[in-house]
Structures are given as C-alpha cells and as structure tokens.
Design a protein around this ligand. Sequence first.
Ligand SMILES: CNc1nc2cc3c(=O)[nH]c(N)nc3c(CCO)c2[nH]1
Ligand SMILES: [Zn+2]
Length: 378
Amino acid sequence: TCAFAGQKKVLAAYEEAVKCGYSGARAGRLHTPHGVFDTPMFMPVGTQATVKAVSPRELKEMGAQIILSNTYHLYLRPGTELVAEAGGLHRFMDWDGGILTDSGGFQVFSLGPLRKITEEGAAFRSHIDGSTQFLSPEIAIKAQMNLGADIIMAFDECIPYPAEYQYAKLSTERTTRWAERSQKAHTRSGQALFAIVQGGMYQDLRRVSANDLVSLDFPGYGIGGLSVGEPKPVMYEMLEQTVPLLPENKPRYLMGVGTPDCLVEAVRYGIDMFDCVFPTRVARNGTAMTKSGRLVVKNAAYAKDFLPIDENCGCYACQNFSRAYIRHLLKADEIFGLRLTTIHNLYFLLDFTKKMRQAILEDRFLSFREEFLAQYCK
Ligand SMILES: CNc1nc2cc3c(=O)[nH]c(N)nc3c(CCO)c2[nH]1
Ligand SMILES: [Zn+2]
C-alpha cells in the first residue's frame, strides 16, 4: 500500500489496496475524520443537506459511505453560518458518515442565470429569489469550512460543452489560479481540499491542467468538465489523457458520473469516486435501474407483475414489495412509491461499486466488465 506520509493538511490519506496490472483499475481505502471508506465508491447526492426521499438511517443501511452536498444551495439557503451554528453539516443532517461538498463551480454555471465571470470570481442571480450573488475561491472555501465536510472542492469553472479552444484555455488557466487561491484560503485542519482538473475536450489542455494542479500538491483530485453532454467516447478519451498524470496514491473523483456503463469504464481508467443525481432523479419519475438496463416500473406492463423490481436485489424495496405495488403507488402519487424506487436505485449503484471492488481484489475485473457490458443495454 502507498501511505500518504508527510502531507501537512491531508486527512484523506489514500492507501491503495490492490492494483490490477493491466490498467488503472484499483481498489483503495480512503481515510477521513468520519471513517475509512472503500473505493471504488458511489456517493449519493444530497444537494440541500438531504438525499431526497431517504433518511440517514436508510442510507447507512444500504451501505452509503460518503454523501455529496452542494455549497451553492446551502450558501443561498439556509446560509452556511447557520449550518455552522447548528454544529456543522454532519450534525445538522444527522449523518455520521463522510461528506463531500462541491464548491459551487458547477451549480453557479448550470443553475442561476449567470451574470459575469471575472478573475475575481463569478457574479450570478440566485435561482431562489433572483438576488445578485457572488462566489469566489475565498468565499466558496469559507462556506465549505463552515459546513465542515470531510472533503471539499476548489472553486472552479466547469467549462460548458462545446467550447472554443481559446475559451477553454483561458478558463482552465484561471481555474488553476483559483485552485491556488482556494488552497491559500483553506485553513481548516482535518479537512481535505481536492483540486478539479479542467481543460474542456482538449487533450493538451487536460494534460496542462492536471500537471499544474499536481504540482500544487493536493490530497485528491476531481476530474471536472465532463458528463456535460459530450459523447461518451470523448469523455473516455479525456480520462485516458488525464488519469495517468494524477498521483497513484491519491484519490481520483470523476464528477457527475454516472450510469453503470460509465462507472465500469471509468474504474478501468483508474477512477475511485463518483457522484451522480441520475439514480435519485430518474427514481422520482418511476424508472428503476437494473443490470440489464432501465425498467420503467410505472408502465402498464407491470400492473399485474407481482415480482420485485429485481429478484436478486437485496434492497428494502425488492425484499418486500412487487412491481405492481410500486406502480400503483407511483400512479397514485404516493410519496412511498418515490421512496421505494429511490432506495432501489441507490442500493443498485452502491452494490455495483462494491461488486467492482470485489472483482478488482480478486483480480477478475476485466471479465466482470465484459459480462456486465454484454448484459447492460444503455
Ligand atoms: C452531471 N455532470 C456533471 N459534470 C460536472 C462537472 C463539475 C465540475 O467541472 N466542477 C464542479 N465543481 N462540479 C461539477 C459537477 C457537479 C458535481 O456532480 C458536475 N456534474
Ligand atoms: Zn432493489
């Protein structure tokens, strides 16, 4: 294993358990103030300090280790000072596992009507009340120190897709300067600050971004600016360019990904951590994830289907309820229906990453990947 000796601020030490020789796939353990966690890992998204429709107890039960929350949302409402007064985000939402907060770099550009980006930061209008707001590396880091997550992210610009080379170049260089400012503003020990690699869909910019951020020496690295509408092969090409430049003994977090086929490919390139709203979002419109693809349990075809969503699934929904029952609840707009599909989808992805970890540890990841991709229709 490669320990993480000598890192002054790091708490997210990364000790790699096993690395399969043929490529980047690896099973690791991530050390944080709230526990040591297994990778590869999927992080359920709890944007506003709750993973929609499920309780912390249910999250623990289904094997969630680290959950994600958003600085952008909590900064606007209820305010990060309030959360700090409540004892921090773990206390506020009664979650004693790991928490990672995103810096707002993505939400500012994807949620509020964007006003202006300057060297200083990003001015935008709140999507809640239209008020003019401003985020900078210093403000975003202060907000995340208030929230008290175990892992926080540098303030960055997620470059839209497609983007001109020149824009991608200037934005990526600014994101690197913002990463340095984030580092200087980060004074809370016991909290790991990850940088975020950008570079658009340009191989050379991806390499420059990765190399510049690695020389600033962070305890972990997010790979940003992907899963923004680009074709999957382009995403994989950017991973191929970026991941090998990142230190082997540090965690790599592919932001905003994703569906099981993307997860299994990204793990092959050496990604350790994932987050995605997809499982909870599609659950709320009645779509369940299975190893053969999506199952729209709301469809009439399941009206008299008294089997569970997936009879091999160990989740609370599949152990106790039928497709017919869940379809009935969804058609009747019963909240419990959304809860059951959400529980199933989260369990499915958490279990999927556990299965990938096991395959890596037993050195059979390649055949696991082949079998899965053969059965899964996108
Ligand atoms: C759904 N796709 C996606 N791509 C992302 C890209 C970024 C990014 O480049 N920067 C930051 N800070 N967050 C990102 C997030 C939010 C986390 O899921 C992304 N989410
Ligand atoms: Zn299930």
